[in-house]
Design a binder for this molecule. Structure first.
Ligand SMILES: O=C(O)C1=C[C@@H](OP(=O)(O)O)[C@@H](O)[C@H](O)C1
Ligand SMILES: C=C(OP(=O)(O)O)C(=O)O
Length: 427
């Protein structure tokens, strides 16, 4: 039930028994759109995500000269064509748009202004802009190292060798690698510092290969030679991070939830949820058609380093509030530069509902404590809406503020969650 600008997250009143289909992966969709724009011919992207971030990416590519059309089978993206004059790219609060599209602006001759929500102005982008400038790009960021900034295209980018500190976000590295086949000399990136989110880097390399590029990695060095990309048809996997609240739900409510179409092989970080379920006492069975999760007796407390799967932190933190012993989440200092400062937001909101949650330098410490109802503020962060939903399974009276912000990655989330938990119950 949505009331004004909040949503009463439903309490699970019996064991779950449901099958769920989640929308396409944000990370795969937005990479596919970028690689399609860089390809020599049109690409049909099948089963793409349709959400705020995906629409922002399509709008950005259209501004940059690569229009797309929705067809009965998906989204057909046309190759980038050059143009003149000034255009504006709206970033919203989409990290993938803010990091993946500036390199594309260097390939044409337009002057491209980038800006977005107040939140994106606080998210890091400086190491990417510095690396692009070192590779020959003409960028004016007013020394802010953050949006708004302007990229003046001069008809292509030289590319070559560059050092990059991608420790604040793996997206800086992915951004350079995705565009590199179109740079005159390709790119050789030597990392300083360790990036988070290794699966997302593997995803970038895998998708580059599928589109015909030949990226190589030797430890901290990445090389992408120039290449002509082409792929007529690409199918997007379901988003396994969006699936996270549905995967953990039976651990709190009992019963079984089946996620349809869970891939048997994937680079998505959400695939780690299968081992999490087992570690916390549940069962997760993957077959050729989906993942079936069954809850256990109790949720065990755990020590989890989430450096590689940081985007799962809000849902995992909500889950661990119900564990039978203390838990610790570490390795996620970079979450302070996500949609909001997620560590501060989670500590504040979970504590306000009675939780015993403290922020550490690189994560959260969570001790068992009874939660009570109240407003769960979501800070314009889709994954906090999902975390609030998880709390509501066990705690009556959780009002999740601004549920529409979940439209960043799953516009139909509230309806899908109500169906999962309430089944046919009305009201
Ligand atoms: O490349 C991607 O698609 C993403 C990489 C990760 O970013 P960070 O490395 O900044 O955490 C992840 O958290 C984000 O949701 C999506
Ligand atoms: C960090 C996230 O998003 P973005 O793509 O905006 O970085 C996320 O989805 O958890």
């Amino acid at each position: 039930m949505t009331d004004g600008n909040s949503w009463q997250a439903p309490v699970a009143e019996g064991a779950l028994d449901a099958s769920v289909r989640v929308p396409g992966s944000k990370s795969i969709t937005n990479r596919a759109f970028v690689l399609a724009a860089l390809s020599a011919g049109p690409t049909l992207v099948r089963e793409p995500l349709d959400s705020r971030d995906a629409r922002l990416m399509l709008a950005a590519l259209a501004e940059l000269g690569a229009p797309a059309e929705h067809t009965a089978d998906g989204v057909r993206v046309q190759p980038l064509t050059d143009g003149a004059g000034s255009v504006s790219v709206a970033l919203g609060n989409a990290g993938t748009v803010a990091r993946f599209t500036p390199p594309l602006a260097t390939l044409g001759s337009r002057t491209v202004h980038f800006d977005g929500d107040p939140a994106i102005r606080r998210r890091p982008v400086a190491p990417l802009l510095t690396a692009l400038a070192a590779l020959g790009a003409d960028i004016d960021d007013g020394d802010r190292g953050a949006p708004p900034f302007t990229v003046r295209g001069h008809g292509g980018l030289r590319g070559g060798a560059v050092e990059l500190d991608s420790s604040a976000s793996s997206q800086f590295l992915s951004a350079l690698l995705l565009a590199a086949p179109a740079f005159t000399e390709g790119v050789t990136v030597r990392l300083v510092g360790r990036p988070p989110s290794e699966p997302h880097i593997a995803m970038t390399l895998d998708m580059l290969r599928r589109f015909g590029a030949s990226p190589e990695r030797h430890a901290d060095e990445f090389h992408v030679p120039p290449a002509t990309l082409a792929l007529a048809d690409y199918r997007v996997e379901p988003d396994l991070s969006t699936a996270a609240p549905f995967v953990v739900a039976p651990l709190l409510a009992g019963g079984t939830v089946r996620i349809e179409g869970w891939p048997v092989e994937t680079t998505q970080p959400g695939d780690w949820l299968r081992s999490l379920v087992r570690e916390l006492g549940g069962k997760a069975v993957l077959d050729g058609t989906g993942l079936t999760v069954t809850g256990g007796e109790a949720v065990r407390g755990a020590e989890l380093n989430l450096h590689e799967v940081g985007e799962l932190t809000p849902v995992v933190a909500a889950l661990l509030c119900f564990a039978d012993g203390p838990s610790r989440i570490s390795g996620v200092a970079h979450l302070r530069g996500h949609e909001t400062d997620r560590l501060a937001a989670l500590a504040t909101e979970l504590t306000a509902l009675g939780g015993d949650v403290t922020e550490t330098e690189d994560g959260l410490r969570i001790r068992p404590a009874p939660l009570h109802g109240g407003t769960f503020h979501t800070y314009d962060d889709h994954r906090l809406v999902m975390a609030g939903a998880v709390l509501g399974l066990r705690v009556p009276g959780i009002a999740v503020a601004d549920p529409a912000t979940v439209g960043k990655t799953f516009p139909g989330f509230v309806e899908a969650w109500d169906r999962l938990v309430r089944g046919d119950r009305d009201g």
